[in-house]
Design a protein around this ligand. Structure first.
Ligand SMILES: OCc1cccc(Br)n1
Length: 445
């Protein structure tokens, strides 16, 4: 979205007139609306979280990939009325190209799989962690960017793919100290809705639109959902039938309603039986109301939620077997999820599960006066070349240095003093034990 030249832009916040740089007023030091800075403490938490994402991806034998945040707008033009495509952060670049800051990562994955063509051996298991954007009117004060961990499997048509992705999500929760009593994962299949629409002979072309509407169950009232469904042309009998089936939370009941030979039932039964074997059955539950809001899902869908119901979905995903053909390529069965960096942090903070991530520095090197700044450089350099983290401090009073050592949890204080240096020595203080001794500068480890 580009800022207009008039006094306000479409999201209502008045544009401050651009001040000449020599004016008294300071530039606005806040990041753009809806975006975040990551000062060191926040960055340590983000890095720790992303390290957990990476470690689970490694354990699951996935390969890391990456894509530009900037993508062609064409990758995201879909007609199903999804929120994500109605909030595209789109603009025209200086070459007249229609581009976006990507709102999700799956289409980029699909694009690369198509581009790689026959050179990739299937199944392929790829993951990435990347920033995603939306242009949302700030009236709702929601963020415009977040980071998403995505794991996707291409070329695995059976529910093994969904079972693998569920294990990845559950391994992540367990690494964070979250148990199945705190978080659950609702699982269903869009084939449930497909079967219901078939029961009412509803035309295929309405399927995606109906999915996007019923995904708002829980956000809109039942009446609003029914009204939107009727608007798409469904009979009130069909609407009632859909709402009734989507309120089911028992797989045996679903089997009663749809019959045993419906693909949705077979898939879900297989998935729940695998879950027992993986040992994560207590994490997942069948809930027919789960459809997820992305147009391209075609099968099993799932979303993780906090059992207290205070937060938005923690992550979500599903099968999308026909995405590639929407880009003009031959379809490859695929399945994946997106896991955002914001809701999970809210949950960790609420459950006091954020680990101690304070700074840890091995050594502080401090010259006791100016003429020792050179020798302090060689002491610091030799320790760093041995892989130790060293904070080289000067022009400070010793009192400040001790305070600083505490602040950054330094292991040792290496004091470079004149009399010691003349004897080829430095003074070492172990900060945890207050133990102090001299060491030959050349033998410092
Ligand atoms: O999950 C929807 C979404 C997409 C892009 C950016 C943000 Br914040 N949220």
């Amino acid at each position: 979205a580009s800022a207009s030249s008039s006094s306000t832009v479409e999201d209502g916040d008045p544009l401050s007139p651009v001040e000449p740089s020599d004016s008294a007023s300071v530039v606005d030091v806040n990041p753009p609306r809806g975006t975040r800075d990551f000062p060191p403490e926040d960055m340590r938490l983000r890095t720790w979280l992303f390290d957990q994402f990476r470690e689970v991806s490694r354990i699951m034998a996935f390969e890391e990939v990456d894509f530009p945040v900037l993508e062609s707008e064409a990758l995201f033009i879909r007609k199903a009325g999804e929120e994500i495509t109605q909030q595209l952060y789109n603009f025209e670049d200086k070459g007249g190209r229609r581009v976006v800051l990507r709102p999700e990562i799956t289409p980029s994955l699909a694009r690369l799989v198509i581009k790689q063509g026959k050179s990739v051996s299937l199944p392929l298991k790829w993951f990435t962690i990347g920033q995603c954007w939306r242009y949302e009117r700030m009236t709702r004060g929601r963020r415009r960017e977040h980071y998403q961990w995505n794991m996707d499997i291409f070329g695995m048509p059976k529910v093994r793919a969904e079972s693998e992705l569920l294990q990845a999500i559950i391994l992540l929760f367990e690494r964070l100290g979250i148990t199945s009593s705190v978080v659950g994962i609702r699982v269903s299949s869009r084939k449930v809705l497909q079967a219901v629409l078939n029961m009412y002979s509803i035309p295929e072309h309405l399927f995606t639109e109906v999915c996007v509407i019923v995904d708002k169950l829980g956000k809109l009232t039942r009446e609003e959902i029914e009204k939107e469904l009727i608007t798409t042309g469904l009979s009130s009998e069909a609407v009632q039938g859909i709402i009734e089936v989507l309120s089911l939370k028992s797989l045996p009941k679903l089997e009663e309603v749809l019959g045993s030979n419906v693909e949705a039932v077979a898939d879900l039964k297989k998935l729940f039986s695998f879950a027992e074997q993986y040992g994560y059955a207590d994490w997942i539950c069948f809930d027919a109301s789960v459809v997820r809001g992305l147009a391209y899902y075609t099968g099993i869908v799932f979303e993780a939620f906090d059992r207290e119901g205070k937060l938005r979905a923690i992550c979500g995903g599903g099968r999308y077997d026909r995405l590639l053909s929407t880009f003009g390529s031959e379809d490859i069965p695929a399945c994946g999820f997106g896991f955002g960096d914001a809701v999970i942090v809210e949950l960790l903070k609420e459950k006091c599960l954020v680990p101690d991530l304070s700074r840890q520095i091995d050594d502080i090197v401090f010259p006791l006066d100016e003429e020792l700044e050179g020798p302090a450089s060689s002491v610091a350099s030799s320790l760093r070349r041995k892989g130790r983290s060293v904070d080289l401090v000067e022009d400070k009073r010793l009192k400040w240095v001790f305070k600083h050592a505490e602040r950054i949890n330094a292991g040792r204080l290496i004091l470079v003093g004149k009399s010691e240096w003349e004897r080829g020595m430095v003074r070492v203080k172990i900060l945890s034990t207050r133990e102090e001794f001299e060491v030959k500068a050349g033998e410092l480890q």
